[in-house]
Design a binder for this molecule. Structure first.
Ligand code: S3P
Length: 422
């Protein structure tokens, strides 16, 4: 396959959720350009409307207008968060500071995902929770006046960190937290700092103090590096050509996959890097390259957590072994991603196994052929679609439509860069 062209990827999912949530809490009108319009972003917009914000329809290419009332209003019905863990967990942080009760629920995948990692620290701050079905959704929160929190997080997670920071912001109390290993994405910190909230870091502890003020804003969301990663992967696997992905977010806490790819022998360069509304944005140039296996350390995992499915399929084409250390978190993503990466790699003829909490992939030259079970997980579907671009590959994916959770038009975009081959 020859790869060519210059493409843009849809808006960053993490940033879109955060700016929708924050704009809905301001008093006045915000304008958000380049917002993601995927199913997950629609989930944030939908629940924010239920909480009293006016959010214009999320349509590709259109600026989103959000009119917030300064506070959320008590919702009349349960807040259905679809497949979106980020919507659910970040919203719980904001609702912790609101004196009414609200019930959050979601699709079958989201209902199974752990929520105590967020409700435990928020309960320590003073919010009250009623679970209906153990550690998952539905959950009912009743917020109110909050207490300061000093908290050692049991897992490195940007969603948990953000829920606590947002509770501190909305409840006007100090919060301090520590992540156990590596550094998770820092979009919430960057946004809150832009609104004047004092955030500092010392001895591995992150502190937020009250003092800022949310105001309506105009902002342009950069392209999502996690979506770009799939196109990068396809370009690396190609036989010739060069791909440019322009206007993509290159926040250092999101691009750990580029560092791993460079260790594996891939040739990517970042160009035209410039700060854009508090986030580094630029163009990514990628060329095909033969890959060799590597070890991905536990401390690197938070910086590439969403790119492991893609890196694992690339590792199956590399010479030698690739080991991803301590990736147990993948068991509680949109699916049991850890088990399904290994199972699906084996099912297309590759060699992969889960050893404790590590994922071990041995590269092979044989052409991948077989069936893939995604369990509705968008990142599994896209990773195996990328593997399907290997010449001669025949991979049947049970549900590629689920890519629309984060990357609308993914199949078309993949086809466009590979001259119709994918
Ligand atoms: C996200 C954080 C990560 C990531 C998810 C988005 C965010 O989840 O997997 O896709 O926007 O904060 P965890 O915080 O559970 O690692």
């Amino acid at each position: 396959m020859k790869v060519s062209g210059s493409v843009r990827v849809p808006g960053d999912k993490s940033i879109t959720h955060r700016v929708l949530l924050l704009s809905a809490l301001t008093k006045g009108i915000s304008h958000i350009g380049g917002a993601l319009t995927s199913l997950d972003a629609q989930s944030s917009a939908r629940v924010l409307r239920q909480l009293g914000a006016e959010v214009s329809p999320l349509r590709k290419g259109a600026t989103v207008t959000v009119r917030g009332r300064g506070r959320f209003q008590r919702p009349e019905r349960a807040l259905f968060c679809g497949n979106s863990g980020t919507t659910t967990r970040l919203l719980l942080g904001l609702l912790a500071a609101h004196r009414f009760s609200a019930t959050l629920t979601g699709d079958a995948s989201l209902r199974r995902r752990p929520m105590r990692r967020v409700t435990t620290p928020l309960a320590t701050m003073g919010a009250r929770f009623t679970e209906q079905d153990g550690d998952g959704l539905p959950v009912t929160i009743r917020g109110g006046a909050l207490r300061p929190l000093r908290y050692e997080m049991p897992v490195s997670s940007a969603q948990v960190k953000s829920a606590i920071l947002l509770a501190g912001m909305a409840g006007e109390v100090d919060v301090s937290l520590q992540e156990p290993s590596g550094r998770s994405r820092d979009h919430t910190e960057r946004l809150l700092q832009a609104f004047g909230y004092p955030i500092s870091e010392r001895d591995g502890w992150l502190h937020l103090r009250p003092g800022g003020r949310l105001e309506p804003f105009d902002l342009q969301v950069p392209g999502d590096p996690s979506s770009a990663a799939f196109l990068v992967g396809a370009a690396v696997l190609a036989e010739s050509g060069e791909l440019c992905i322009s206007g993509v977010g290159l926040n250092p806490t999101r691009i750990g996959f580029l560092e791993v790819l460079s260790r594996m022998g891939a040739r990517t360069t970042m160009e035209n890097l410039a700060p854009h509304f508090g986030e580094p944005v630029g163009d990514l140039l990628v060329r095909p390259a033969p890959l060799t296996g590597t070890e991905v350390k536990a401390s690197e995992i938070p910086g590439l957590i969403d790119e492991i499915p893609l890196l694992a399929v690339l590792a199956s084409r590399a010479s030698g072994t690739t080991t991803f250390r301590q990736v147990g978190e993948l068991r509680v993503k949109e699916s049991d991603r850890l088990g399904l990466i290994a199972e699906n790699l084996r099912s297309v003829g590759a060699e992969a196994e889960v050893v404790g909490d590590d994922l071990v992939v041995n590269g092979r030259e044989s052409v991948p052929r077989g069936s893939v079970r995604t369990a509705g997980d968008h990142r599994l579907a896209m990773a195996f679609a990328v593997l399907g671009t290997v010449p001669g590959a025949r991979i049947r994916i049970d549900d590629l439509a689920c890519a629309a959770v984060s990357f609308p038009d993914f199949p078309e975009t993949l086809r466009s860069i590979s001259g119709g081959r994918a």
